[in-house]
Write a protein that binds this ligand. Structure first.
Ligand SMILES: [Cu+2]
Length: 186
């Protein structure tokens, strides 16, 4: 016959084993349920290489062109570009009938741009529709004539943050809406 002590030991041993089992199961479920923190790569604009504009082009390279045979640029706005950066603008004219140029002015005032355009147009084709006083000009392409020069690439340093008007000074073009704005950001 088992003694009371033997029975008590058996019960105690069973209890200890059950607790050990529970603890193990608990530990396993805990380690299985918890997920180790995984580093998710986060791309922060401006920290990894070249930033891009809304069309996915590098912010320091801008393309602009005529709009078919209309007296319009294909873009009313360029940028934003970061101030102080070396900027490349590629201006293309694929019109078969119209001459165009792209002239960036140091103003955000349409009235100032209009006065400049008037002088520029009056200067004539020989002057590439540029007035004698070019103090307002920040950057400019050549006068692009169908069948001769179809594109020009201009490089300049982005000015202070702000808005800058660009125009085509071929007579009648500015008045028809051939202008836009370059946005420079800090
Ligand atoms: Cu034009």
């Amino acid at each position: 016959m088992r003694s009371m002590v033997q029975n008590a030991r058996l019960v105690l041993t069973s209890l200890v084993m059950l607790m050990a089992l529970l603890l193990t199961a608990c530990g396993q479920s805990r380690s299985g349920g918890s997920t180790a923190p995984v580093a998710t790569p986060v791309s922060v604009p401006g920290t990894t290489g070249e930033t891009t504009d809304t069309q996915g082009m590098p912010m320091t390279t801008l393309a602009i062109a005529n709009q078919g045979e209309q007296l319009l640029f294909d873009k009313k706005q360029l940028g934003p570009i970061p101030t102080g950066k070396q900027i490349t603008v590629r201006f293309t004219n694929d019109s078969t009938i119209h001459q165009h140029n792209w002239i960036l002015l140091n103003t955000d005032d349409p009235a100032v741009a209009a006065a400049f355009d008037e002088e520029a147009a009056a200067a004539g084709e020989e002057a590439e529709y540029l007035p004698a006083d070019t103090s307002l000009v920040l950057a400019r392409s050549q006068l692009l004539s169908p069948g001769t020069i179809t594109s020009d690439t201009i490089t300049f340093t982005a000015p202070a943050p702000g808005t800058y008007i660009y125009v085509s000074t071929v007579p009648g073009h500015y008045g028809s809406g051939m202008w836009g704005e370059l946005i420079v950001v800090p």
